[in-house]
Design a protein around this ligand. Structure first.
Ligand SMILES: [Mg+2]
Length: 411
């Protein structure tokens, strides 16, 4: 299946965070720089209005001052940048576990398996931008593509606060005219070598003879040639690869308010399926289920409850989530954002069932769901849907597109 990769790049990140914490700086030419007192050091980041004066990252302080006499220099506050970076990752983690950081302000997300917006990656990118704007007060540009290299190029194309999609159909038109130096991993030296060889654009690189590129740049030449042609298969490494997962959650802002219990059920089902499938992927089970509710006035509530048995079965997690909703005091209240989180995780092998018959029943359900995981991995998430998902087309985010687009097995 074609991958869906996002590259999220927060705009003028350090300077934007400074302005967020010092509102009086907003709209003014601001630069975050190294040692201001000693008047040396370079510009690490600049605000939009400093950029308009021609100030560039890497300029020395005196260069920046000459271009923009009323510029305000600020020392960096990395702990704040770290905090905002972490908060952005929490937003990304609602949609995927495959999150790879590239500095504090950039991340790749693999959203191939993401269920939100019918798997429409462009709409998801727009939603992530909206959440970064609304929840963090920052802006980001997002590139959407079928590989990491093009997604990164995409996030550079429109700024600030924009989404650019690079597809197999449009990449020759969008990417090929760009200077070769824009391609990730082409440094100054490689760029010069390519120029000497008459290669100015990414398109020139794509259409160059790979054998000659190899002679010119060694193995790197072959790699760059394939990147320019959209043949980058490198995976987005998971955030969780190097740390213990403490909880697995998923939340969604729905296209319209959820009012009836059926509305809530449909959304909960989709969320629980995704949480359970991620638990199974990691060989984990959960003991506690949490739901998060937010209404259209941004009032929020969290409820949590323990399962009778640890589980990674979506219907078990769903039953608990629905029970929590029913006793939440939120029935009938218009819900805008709904989330499900599995916590108190442990390895599946430690699972102990007190009743043999229950265990057999659970095992059967788990086996069924694993089968569905496999089908979805091969044919896409929307190849299999629960019957309930077909009952409300308006909740289009989580419903199958059209039954004839994706053959649905009712379960
Ligand atoms: Mg940035």
């Amino acid at each position: 299946m074609e991958r869906k990769i996002l590259h999220v790049d927060m705009n003028n990140f350090y300077a934007s965070v400074e302005c967020l914490y010092n509102p009086e700086l907003r709209g003014k030419p601001v630069a975050v720089s190294g040692n201001v007192e000693k008047r040396h050091g370079v510009i690490l980041a600049k605000s939009e209005s400093a950029k308009k004066c021609g100030v560039k990252t890497g300029d020395t302080i005196w260069q920046a001052q000459r271009k923009c006499p009323n510029i305000i220099f600020l020392p960096p506050h990395f702990e704040l940048y770290e905090k905002c970076s972490q908060m952005a990752k929490e937003i990304y983690a609602c949609y995927t576990d495959k999150i790879e950081s590239f500095g504090l302000d950039e991340c790749w997300l693999d959203v191939t398996d993401c269920i939100h917006f019918n798997g429409n990656a462009k709409m998801l990118a727009d939603e992530i931008r909206r959440r970064i704007r609304d929840e963090l007060g920052l802006t980001a540009s997002v590139g959407v593509s079928f590989n990491k290299i093009f997604a990164k190029l995409g996030s550079d194309m429109k700024k600030p606060d924009a989404t650019t999609q690079i597809t197999r159909e449009n990449f020759k038109k969008l990417v090929w005219p760009l200077p070769a130096g824009e391609l990730l991993f082409i440094g100054r030296k490689t760029k010069e070598r390519l120029l000497n060889f008459g290669i100015k654009t990414i398109g020139d690189l794509a259409n160059a003879n790979p054998a000659e590129l190899k002679r010119l740049l060694g193995k790197n030449g072959t790699t760059l040639h394939s990147y320019a042609n959209g043949e980058d298969n490198s995976p987005v490494s998971s955030l969780d690869d190097d740390r213990d997962v403490k909880s697995i959650g998923n939340s969604t802002t729905t296209p319209r308010d959820l009012i009836t219990e059926d509305d809530v059920k449909i959304t909960l089902y989709a969320l629980c399926e995704s949480v359970a499938s991620r638990l199974r992927d990691r060989g984990l089970v959960c003991k506690t289920v949490q739901i998060n509710l937010r209404d259209n006035t941004l009032k929020t509530a969290d409820r949590q409850g323990k399962l009778e048995f640890e589980s990674c079965v979506s219907s078990v997690i769903f039953d608990k989530a629905l029970e929590l909703y029913r006793s939440s005091g939120w029935i009938g209240r218009p819900i805008r954002t709904l989330g499900v989180r599995a916590t108190e995780l442990s390895e599946e092998s430690t699972l102990q069932m007190s009743l043999l018959s229950d265990m057999k029943k659970m095992q059967k359900r788990e086996d069924e769901e694993r089968t569905i995981d496999n089908i979805r991995k091969r044919f896409g998430h929307f190849s299999v849907q629960r019957g309930i998902m077909l009952s409300d087309r308006n909740l289009s985010e989580i419903n199958p597109k059209k039954p004839h687009d994706a053959p649905s097995d009712k379960m």
